[in-house]
Design a protein around this ligand. Structure first.
Ligand code: NOJ
Length: 729
């Protein structure tokens, strides 16, 4: 029985075809075949945890696994799909998953960097291109977007998300889902997305990966869940559970998260997959006594598919026979999984993603590389620019110094999928390409990224002495962020700080180009460098994009989406903190502060400079108050007061002055990225409704409360023009 269906005529008809097909399958499937659909195994390619199986091909053949990850290329996936479709009893196609996080072959900036562009169209486009390339290589499911709010820069996985803010994070989450999934999953160039890691993974205690999370339900619902809800609303097909526990319950055994919130409150119809062996991990968590019990907890909590743990595979049948789990739960899980396979068009044509011709044509096309370069430039954040040290003049002689200055390997960052670092453009090559053969540039490594050797330093110091300007490429290796890459010290690793200190003594202008997957605590760089450009890990086109910015062919417009602390001791530090009963007062000892550091960060959320300057004026509220059915318009005029054209991210924040529960000092509620020619002014107007002013009260009801609000329009979270209005009863 080969199940092939024609194209659906309309939505209701399509739905009924889908239901009919899935119901007919459920009727004939054995328990083993059902459990097989609920089982995801890695192929023998790049894995991030224990491999555990060598016989996955045999498992496909016997119908014991219906999903494979870490497998791509048309040749390889076709071979596996052929086994599923031609050699199994029911011919159900496989779904192929992979971590396509920031590009597939063409690598885009790490997601944290890309978020600093505040450019939703560019972000959606990068996901679209990633999906097109991945789909051309046989992949139909990405484990992205990662939408965990990251407020702790020690946590290496902040690199994979969109930063610390819930509002911005939700917009970016939806843009990424749209990019991956396109308008219709049946199109050959769309892949199903996965909102991960559900939930609150970013709240890990001490910023240590996989660590405990203990937060209030208000914080969970207000800070950590909205980006997931935005994914669900954007139609994301799958969710992945997180490794952490929340308030004593691991996510893979958490019915409150997976059933009450996700499947019931939000009406999510896709399927939930675990993270890598996270059902098994409920044993060391201390939540299940053995694998069988862990599997029961997981299924009863709402986990539909087990990633790599082989728990359902080994134990679910016994649990069913003992009545510990019900056949209804199993059927519901299988239905959800088959539903996504159907939506992808895999029943219609299991080989639709496996076209060798397309594979040849879609990968690393010129337009893909151009888009990667474009968004890379938009992602860069100018942190300091004293006396207009940047942009550089093309005639200046350059000493290019630092362990990342001629590095390709790290440019593509962590989670770089099938990206080939050998195709990445180093900063050195990017500058040479820009300046051509008469470039006056000398490269010296100066030191390694992360060891204590000083053998290269003297040469670097000598080179600095002979140049007009020094560019220092400093930061982390790609592997210092991402999964299992937390750091307790977030300064420059190895001898890089010492190298910088020595180079500064030479007395030449020093431009620092930072490459890193997290905020770094770099107060000395801020004090002594002439300019600092944050470039994250900006992907395949890194060097070319950085050179564009350094030489003024692109005027930087990125703004930080995560706070840069002065020191690790300030963490957790984020812009939308609560006030205290004793707010900071420099003249009063008994107020909230440190003895040895200011409370303020080194660079706040929303911050970023440009080669031009912007002035904000004419702040206006169209009325002093509004009621629940009405709205209020807030506007300001932004003028480009410098000599260059540029883009500015205009940001709107509110502060709910008094509430039945205390509210953050500021909350982002809107932004607009505008282009202004030199000398040009534009008025930007935002509309606020009562729904923009809501929060969860103590009864977990989402509501706005009447009262006074402050509202700010400005260029970052630390400053802005201010007004007040009232939400009337
Ligand atoms: C573990 C990671 O936490 C998750 O993000 C990833 O998708 C899986 N491994 C699969 O590689």
């Amino acid at each position: 029985m080969l199940l092939v269906l024609g194209a659906p005529v309309n939505i209701t008809k399509a739905q009924s075809r889908k239901d009919k097909l899935i119901d007919s399958l459920l009727k004939v499937m054995t328990i083993d075949e059902k459990i097989g659909q609920m089982t995801l195994f890695t192929s023998d390619w790049d894995v991030t945890g224990p491999t555990m199986r060598s016989n996955y091909k045999e498992d496909i053949r016997s119908g014991k696994t219906g999903a494979i990850f870490n497998a791509f290329t048309v040749k390889y996936n076709r071979e596996l799909q052929k086994i599923a479709v031609e050699e199994t009893r029911l011919h159900i196609p496989l779904i192929f998953g992979y971590d396509v996080i920031h590009g597939h072959r063409t690598i885009f900036p790490i997601p944290l960097g890309e978020s600093a562009s505040w450019d939703l169209d560019a972000i959606e486009k990068s996901a679209r291109i990633a999906a097109t390339e991945a789909a051309a290589e046989g992949i139909n499911w990405t484990f992205a977007p990662m939408v965990d709010i990251g407020r702790d820069p020690r946590w290496g996985r902040v690199a994979e998300g969109a930063g610390e803010d819930t509002y911005l994070g939700s917009k970016i989450a939806a843009a990424r889902v749209k990019g991956f999934q396109g308008n219709d999953l049946r199109n050959y160039n769309t892949i199903v997305a996965c909102a991960k890691h559900f939930a609150a993974y970013g709240a890990a205690e001490a910023g240590r990966d996989y660590s405990t999370v203990d937060i209030s339900e208000n914080t969970l619902r207000e800070v950590y869940l909205p980006p997931f809800k935005a994914c669900a609303d954007a139609g994301v097909g799958t969710f992945m559970t997180s490794f952490n526990e929340i308030n004593g319950v691991p996510s893979s055994g958490n019915p409150f998260l997976l059933k009450t919130i996700l499947k019931d409150e939000w009406g999510f119809k896709g399927f939930v997959v675990t993270d890598y062996t996270s059902i098994n991990e409920m044993i060391p968590h201390g939540f299940a006594k053995d694998e069988k019990e862990a599997g029961e907890e997981a299924l009863n909590a709402g986990v539909d598919m087990d990633m790599q743990g082989a728990i359902y595979y080994n134990h679910l049948k016994t649990s069913l026979s003992e009545g510990k789990v019900s056949m209804d739960e199993v059927n519901d899980a299988v239905k959800r999984i088959l539903g996504i396979k159907y939506d992808l068009g895999l029943f219609e044509d299991p080989y639709r993603y496996l076209d060798a011709e397309r594979e040849k044509n879609e990968i690393m096309r010129k337009e893909n590389l151009d888009a990667a370069q474009d968004v890379a430039r938009k992602s860069m954040v100018l942190l300091k620019n004293k006396n207009e040290a940047l942009p550089l003049r093309k005639e200046s002689s350059i000493a290019l110094i630092g362990p990342l200055a001629h590095d390709q390997q790290d440019m593509i960052g962590p989670w770089s999928a099938a990206g080939d670092w050998k195709k990445a453009i180093s900063l050195y090559d990017g500058i040479r390409m820009k300046l051509g053969s008469d470039a006056k540039i000398v490269y010296e490594k100066g030191c390694n990224i992360n060891d204590d050797s000083t053998q290269y330093m003297a040469r670097a110091i000598a080179a600095a002495g002979k140049a007009d300007v020094v560019i220092m490429a400093l930061g982390e290796s790609a592997q210092m962020s991402g999964e299992a890459a937390s750091r307790a010290d977030i300064g420059l690793p190895g001898m890089q700080q010492q190298l910088f200190n020595e180079i500064i003594k030479v007395g030449k202008p020093v431009v620092v180009v930072l490459m890193n997957g997290r905020p770094l605590a770099i107060p000395e760089l801020d004090r002594n460098a002439n300019a600092i450009l944050e470039t994250w890990f900006s992907g395949t086109m890194a060097g070319a994009a950085i050179a564009d910015v350094l030489y003024g062919d692109y005027n930087p417009s990125g703004k930080l989406t995560i706070t840069f602390p002065r020191s690790v001791g300030q963490i957790p530090i984020y812009y939308n903190e609560k006030n205290t009963g004793r707010p900071f007062d420099a003249n009063n000892k008994y107020t909230s502060k440190y003895l040895d550091l200011p409370n303020t960060p080194l660079y706040p959320f929303g911050y970023g400079l440009s080669y031009t300057t912007y002035k904000y004026s004419n702040f206006n509220l169209d009325k002093p108050y509004f009621n629940f059915n009405d709205s209020i318009h807030v506007s300001a005029t932004v003028t480009n007061t410098g000599k260059r054209d540029g883009e500015e991210v205009v940001q709107l924040y509110i502060h709910d002055v008094t509430g039945s529960l205390t509210r953050p000092v500021k909350e982002l509620k809107g932004f607009r990225k505008i282009f202004l020619k030199a000398g040009e002014s534009k008025t930007v107007t935002f509309t606020l409704h009562a729904s923009d002013l809501t929060f969860y009260n103590s009864k977990m009801k989402l509501q706005a409360e009447p009262g006074q609000f402050e509202v700010f329009i400005g260029s970052d979270s630390a400053e802005g023009l201010k007004g007040t209005f009232e939400l009337a009863k």
